[in-house]
Design a protein around this ligand. Structure first.
Ligand SMILES: Cc1ncc(C[n+]2csc(CCOP(=O)(O)OP(=O)(O)O)c2C)c(N)n1
Ligand SMILES: [Mg+2]
Length: 909
């Protein structure tokens, strides 16, 4: 049973010869006793040095004893009135649990969590009473990431504060059906659902921690860019110990350390349990986290034991108690708290006669009363104070608590406690007693499904005190505000280059976008508010051109001599840099995007993230984070560069994106476009900026997703009288074939448009006159169609609106064919609204590495494939002879991948 053989404090460490070890320990004890601790330390350091010379592979010890980091002598005096704070904390706890319990009444049973907040109430309350600055504080508001399923806590606080009514408490998890007047309360922190309250969605475990890190970084960025003094704004993230197993929870710790984010504190509620059972039954999660965070460069503060232990530890002269604490696994600690004082005496203290002796004068009740640090205001206050005063590093406070604390025997420490949401009458009575809530047995018995909330009169000393604390700290939290400074949107000239076309030069749409971005950066008002986010692919996208001018953000500037300092495009880092270079880190990029894309609300300073990523590694990897960004109402642009399944085909299976548009379509806050030409990109970007910050759109809280390609091609100039509405709504006619012949309509998007135009030419030979449409957004066309369908469904007696697709194609003749560089599901999005016959071509399955023309031929989405499919549709319509398609297949050698010619050579990144 080995956990971490680098950790001498691990419950089980190997020892081949305990006798010999004991002699060594004795010698060390003797030195410490005789010559003092300083001398013992010197000897230990010499031994360590020698052990390295002997290459014994002795680890540096990143863990400390299983006791509080801050000793009792170093604790500051708690500045509050502890008795009064505890009184209303108990009421809050009652109301939080009752809110969840009431929502379980027969016929409703919508769920909720009681035990998580029960374990963390003190951790929050010390913050709310003494640390968290509100929005009216001169220093600006702190930013609090509340553990998602602890949401009943902040609701219960807001109820006592008078910000949420009792009726609204009864609307918990019944947001639409709302049995009572007022707002519905969402299950978890969802800004989109409660936009004046919650700021940070956290319930997808692991995203809170990474987002908090990037929020703290963004606050510094905003200051570096000169927009706001954020120096006194602190980010607090409340996290579960189980949650810390998510890769996102730990995967960005180095960033916080490297950038010295001392404006950030993680508070880990180490109740030793997750949903199913213990987090590390055989090990010790607190020790593991200590070494992990310390190794990542964080300041670590452990809050393990409450004040009741201070005297025992002071009397632990031979270290027996500390040794016992070090060696007891979490599973045992959990079990102790489900038993009794006598059990703890027998199963913990009695493991060593010396520790048993330590508690011989204590009653079982007194032993039971030895509390955990995370429930002790003094200890928590000391840790928070130390965290905010600590300079140069982020801090993690790991506080040991009991899951279901105070909820009585059937909840506390039980493996099932996470999901227990109903209380029996007996539970209620016990809990009422423990919380000292003045509610009578009769009131509880009247309807055990509906125990009353408790709120004293406004002039009670407790409420007065509570309001006063928040007044002092600058107002109530959580609160989300959305007033922001206005700024000028770019003038027309910023979009001129892509609209003019590329002349004789072949330019990929990725380059067209980047070229336009250069001018957007120069636009007065908007330019400086753009934040480019790049995960180590700037050179791939030609964005290294921005390095010397816009510069890469680094809080430390550039302290080294850059290897390319003499080059025109040298790598330049600066503390006022505009580019956020996130490294190879899509998860970090998305977290950064969320922070800057919500700056309009969190800081009142709009910043427009333009996150350019390798299409394949964007949505697919981080769709859940994009979902969160949608919840947090981020605004900004995501650019899926080198998109498509056949333009990057040299890179193969893991690089060729044929589905990000499908994933993007699942997110209601994402407006996705698959443009073919630079001028379309210009109109889409302009419309996006206007929607987000023009002040006229009813729904500005969106993220635009544009797929752009690396396929060089001639970019046409914008046609006169270009159909801007069509571009923005999702389709416009780009080539009407005036020739006679059987008509057909080819609907293509992105890099498929040139092959559609190629097919148009090929079809002339077969007597077919095809028109070509550029479908800029399959997804927006679908959304429009769905809205029309719903109106039709719900208001059958009214004139049904006609979808945009149907309107546009109503007068066009011939069968319709949809094609893109993505899987069939993408052009299939509009199928219900296409009048007449509709077929689609697509690139399904996995990609592979080959040339672009071979890939297009393989997937049957190149010019000849499109032409043949159109011919087959015309056969179905009995317009042409059934023998024609086979003739065309033979002519184009359609089954031969080597016969493909659509597109240029190449296809690497
Ligand atoms: C990504 C993700 N996976 C699973 C869940 C479901 N879930 C909600 S709370 C929870 C357990 C949380 O345990 P811990 O982090 O220790 O928090 P505690 O309640 O113990 O404070 C789980 C698995 C989730 N919310 N998010
Ligand atoms: Mg836990």
């Amino acid at each position: 049973m080995s956990f971490n053989d680098q950790d001498p404090f691990a419950p089980v460490t190997a020892d081949l010869d305990p006798q010999e070890t004991a002699e060594w320990l004795e010698s060390l004890d003797a030195v410490a006793a005789k010559h003092g601790r300083g001398r013992a330390r010197e000897i230990m350091q010499s031994l360590l040095r020698r052990s390295h010379e002997l290459q014994l592979n002795v680890p540096l010890v990143p863990t400390t004893d299983y006791i509080n980091t801050i000793s009792p002598e170093d604790e500051p005096k708690f500045p509050g009135d502890e008795a009064i704070e505890r009184t209303y904390r108990a009421w809050m706890r009652w109301n939080a649990a009752v809110m969840v319990h009431r929502a379980q009444r027969p016929g409703i049973a919508v769920g909720g969590h009681i035990s998580s907040f029960a374990s963390s109430a003190s951790l929050y309350e010390v913050g709310f009473n003494h640390f968290f600055n509100g929005h009216d504080h001169p220093a600006g508001a702190d930013q609090i990431f509340v553990q998602g399923h602890a949401s009943p806590g902040p609701y219960a606080r807001a109820f006592l504060e008078g910000r949420i009514s009792a009726d609204e408490m009864d609307n918990f998890r019944q947001e639409k059906s709302r049995p009572k007047p007022g707002r519905g309360l969402p299950s978890y922190p969802h800004p989109r659902l409660m936009p004046d309250f919650w700021q940070f969605p956290t319930v997808s475990m692991g995203l809170g921690p990474i987002n908090a890190i990037y929020q703290a970084q963004f606050n510094r960025y905003l200051q570096g860019r000169g927009f706001k003094d954020t120096s006194a704004q602190h980010v607090w993230a409340f996290l579960g110990d189980g949650e810390l197993d998510e890769v996102e929870s730990r995967g960005a710790l180095q960033l916080a350390a490297n950038e010295g984010l001392d404006n950030l504190t993680f508070v880990v509620n180490a109740n030793l349990q997750r949903l199913d059972g213990p987090v590390r039954g055989n090990g010790k999660i607190i020790q593991e986290l200590e070494s992990f965070f310390r190794g990542a460069g964080w300041n670590v503060i452990k809050v393990i034991w409450g004040r009741e232990w201070d005297a025992l530890l002071a009397n632990d002269h031979d270290g027996a108690l500390v040794n016992l604490m070090n060696r007891t696994p979490d599973g045992d600690y959990q079990t102790y708290k489900t038993e009794s004082g006598a059990f703890v005496r027998e199963n913990f203290f009695a493991r060593d006669p010396r520790t048993l002796k330590l508690v011989e004068g204590m009653t079982d009740d007194a032993i039971w009363d030895l509390k955990r640090g995370g429930h002790d205001y003094n200890k928590i206050f000391a840790a928070y104070q130390a965290a905010v005063n600590h300079k140069g590093q982020p801090t993690v406070i790991i506080a040991k608590t009991i899951k279901g604390y105070g909820l009585g025997k059937s909840f506390e420490g039980r493996n099932a406690t996470h999901q227990m949401k109903k209380m029996t009458l007996e539970n209620l009575k016990d809990f009422r007693d423990a919380m000292r809530v003045p509610i009578s047995d009769a009131q509880l018995e009247a309807d055990p499904y509906q125990p009353p909330y408790f709120k004293p009169s406004e002039d009670s000393p407790e409420l007065q005190y509570m309001h006063e604390r928040r007044r002092e700290l600058g107002g109530y939290l959580p609160e989300r505000r959305t007033n922001f400074v206005s700024f000028a949107l770019p003038e027309e000239k910023a979009y001129a280059v892509p609209r003019a076309g590329s002349g004789n030069q072949e330019v990929a749409t990725t380059m067209a976008f980047v070229r336009m971005l250069k001018d957007l950066l120069k636009a007065d008002g908007t330019g400086e508010r753009i934040q480019m986010i790049i995960p180590d692919e700037a050179r791939t996208f030609g964005m290294d051109a921005f390095f010397p001018t816009a510069k890469i953000y680094n809080p430390n500037g550039q302290k080294y001599m850059s290897v390319d300092r003499d080059l025109l495009l040298s790598y330049k880092e600066a503390n006022n840099g505009q580019i956020l270079h996130t490294g190879i880190n899509e998860a970090g990029s998305m977290a950064a995007f969320t922070a800057s894309g919500t700056s309009y609300a969190t800081h009142g300073q709009p910043i427009i993230p333009i996150y350019v990523f390798y299409s394949m590694f964007g949505f697919q990897r981080t769709a859940d984070q994009v979902w969160l960004a949608g919840d947090q109402m981020a605004r900004g642009f995501m650019i899926g560069a080198t998109a498509g399944r056949t333009t990057l085909t040299g890179e193969g299976l893991q690089h060729a994106d044929g589905h990000s548009l499908v994933i993007a379509s699942t997110n209601a806050a994402v407006v996705a476009y698959d443009p073919a030409y630079g001028y379309e990109i210009a109109h889409i970007t302009k419309a996006g900026l206007e929607r987000m910050y023009g002040g006229n759109h009813p729904d500005p809280n969106v993220m635009y997703y544009l797929t752009v390609y690396n396929e060089p091609m001639l970019q046409p100039a914008e046609p006169e009288n270009v159909d801007v509405e069509g571009i923005l709504r999702g389709m416009h006619l780009i080539s009407k074939n005036p020739a006679d012949g059987h008509k057909a309509q080819i609907l293509a998007s992105g890099v498929s448009v040139p092959w559609a135009l190629e097919a148009q030419q090929l079809l002339i030979e077969w007597g077919v006159s095809a028109d070509v449409w550029s479908v800029t957004s399959w997804g927006e066309l679908r959304r429009d169609g769905l809205v029309c369908d719903e109106k039709k469904f719900l208001y059958p007696n009214e004139v049904a609106p006609m979808s945009y697709v149907t309107q546009r194609l109503a007068d066009s003749k011939g069968p319709k064919l949809g094609v893109s560089d993505f899987m069939h599901a993408v052009p299939d999005m509009i199928r219900p609204w296409v009048p007449g016959s509709y077929a689609t071509l697509g690139a399904d399955g996995f990609g592979f590495s080959d040339t672009r023309p071979a890939a297009r031929r393989h997937f049957k989405i190149d010019g000849p494939s499109i032409a043949v499919r159109v011919l087959e549709q015309l056969v179905e319509k009995e317009k042409i002879a059934p023998s024609v398609p086979q003739q065309a297949i033979d002519k184009y050698r359609l089954h031969d991948v080597n016969a493909g010619t659509s597109g240029s050579a190449g296809g690497d990144a």
